[in-house]
Design a protein around this ligand. Structure first.
Ligand SMILES: C[S@@+](CC[C@H](N)C(=O)[O-])C[C@H]1O[C@@H](n2cnc3c(N)ncnc32)[C@H](O)[C@@H]1O
Length: 449
């Protein structure tokens, strides 16, 4: 039987759905991060669950490395941001494809469906246009970085490989302001202090800095603005977002946004469409791959120009706008009020007249649409679609359904249901929206049987 804190040598047999490795011992399955299929590894068991026959291990040494292994580009080994930093980029794409194949087969129970090669990025670094950086203060030292796995311990970063290089200096500038003017940092244990997080958003040619504070009153905001402007001339917006709750939720519905400098929003484009992005707007974090994702979905829809298309879970109407000039009409459905308001502003900003948005849950609103629906595009959150919505969607009998998903497991579950109810999965296209992380996005073409 496996014992906690004991050290073992194992061969890595497969990948887990989160990109980690799976080893086997008797009847137990052991999950280990930072390893690759086929490698022979030395690990320490950190946790055992005998009832479920599962255990977790920590890599000590790779005895026989895989050819896919590379030196990590990033010095921050305990930060949980990039789970695949130890893998060659081309191999990350292969691993993601094989994870999708496994999930479609085992959870979706769908055989004989080919998964295309993952579409990767030409330059897979510095791609994130939004960073949410928690701040803390320990023994008079201001910490800012990302959390260690399953903890709130901050791993300070000098440089983050997947964000624009400008992030480092902006975070350092906020740290300097806090130290110089003795601005109190929020402490999760004592619930004292003010500054919780800093959000940095990178638009087409401008940068927004959002200071998330427990209190409206912060001293020396003018000094902060001056220091940020000196640090980077592209900063055109500094916003104080007040979240008075005693927790580490970054922004919630009750947050109040106060513009300290410049504009309330910055402009970000996807293809030919412009979006006004505020500190708390939902917006895709990898613009280059979002365009690839949307173009793939548009290609799958094969629109001729006279169709009515539903964009379910439409967010700020980015897909609706992207496909709008290829069809007669798009109806977007979105449950988040703020996203719907932003979406309506985006429709006006882009002078598009054939997109309308419905505020509400897809499972409640879809059945109320009286028009004949030719195609449906769905892009739900990680938990996938509500069964009621799937049922209504199938009843509406569209010729084509295009399903965009950021979670292969719930995608597979929903595809199983769709496949058993008169539709056939034609093509699955993984798109790498988040290089160096385990996240996998898929676009799926589904047609009537
Ligand atoms: C993955 S995002 C997709 C956003 C958008 N399609 C895009 O490409 O940017 C999922 C969206 O679904 C919304 N949402 C979550 N549950 C919903 C529901 N039951 N009905 C409608 N929208 C929902 C969320 O607020 C979020 O904006």
């Amino acid at each position: 039987m496996l014992k906690e804190n004991e050290v073992y040598n194992f061969r890595v047999e497969d990948y887990n759905y989160d990109g980690g490795g799976v080893c086997k011992y008797d009847k137990s399955v052991i999950f280990v991060d930072d390893v690759l299929k086929g490698e022979f590894v030395n690990i320490k068991i950190t946790n055992v669950n005998n009832k479920k026959n599962i255990a977790f291990g920590e890599l000590i040494k790779v005895i026989e490395p895989s050819e896919m292994r590379v030196e990590k580009l990033c010095p921050h080994t305990t930060c949980n941001g990039c789970q695949l930093m130890h893998v060659k980029y081309a191999d990350q794409l292969l691993i993601k494809k094989s994870i999708v194949e496994g999930v479609i087969k085992h959870i979706g129970k769908l055989d004989n469906i080919e998964v295309n090669n993952t579409i990767g990025m030409e330059n897979p670094l510095n791609y994130r246009n939004k960073a949410s950086v928690p701040f803390a203060k320990k023994d008079k030292v201001v910490e800012a970085g990302f959390y260690e796995k399953n903890t709130h311990n901050i791993v300070n970063f000098d440089k983050c490989m997947i964000h624009p290089n400008a992030l480092t200096e902006i975070i350092q500038t906020v740290k300097n302001w806090i130290l110089k003017y003795e601005i109190p940092v929020f402490d999760e244990k004592t619930l004292q202090g003010k500054i919780k997080h800093v959000i940095v958003r990178f638009g087409d040619d401008e940068i927004m800095v959002g200071i998330i504070s427990k209190s409206k009153k912060i001293s020396d905001p003018k000094k902060l603005i001056q220091m940020l402007r000196e640090c980077n001339k592209k900063i055109t917006s500094v916003v104080l977002s007040v979240n008075a709750l005693d927790n580490n939720v970054i922004i919630d519905d009750k947050s109040e946004n106060i513009v300290l400098y410049g504009k309330e929003t910055i402009v970000s484009s996807i293809g030919e469409y412009k979006f006004n992005v505020s500190v708390d707007s939902f917006f895709q974090v990898n613009k280059t791959q979002t365009e690839v994702l949307y173009k793939t979905a548009l290609g799958f829809l094969g629109l001729k120009g006279n169709e009515t298309v539903i964009d379910a879970y439409c967010g700020v109407a980015s897909i609706s706008l992207f496909i709008s000039k290829h069809c007669k009409k798009v109806i977007g459905i979105e449950s988040n009020k703020k996203a719907v308001n932003d979406g309506r502003k985006n429709i006006t900003l882009n002078k598009v007249t054939n997109v309308e948005l419905i505020e509400g849950a897809c499972e409640d609103e879809f059945d109320k649409i009286k028009e004949k629906i030719d195609a449906i595009i769905i892009d739900p959150p990680r938990k996938g679609c509500d069964k009621r919505f799937l049922h209504s969607m199938i009843k509406a009998s569209p010729d084509k359904i295009v399903y965009i998903s950021c979670n292969p497991s719930t995608l597979a579950r929903d595809l199983n249901y769709i496949n058993e109810n008169g539709y056939k999965v034609k093509t699955i296209q993984p798109v790498d929206m988040f290089p160096y992380t385990y996240h996998i996005e898929n676009v799926v073409l589904i047609e009537k049987k």
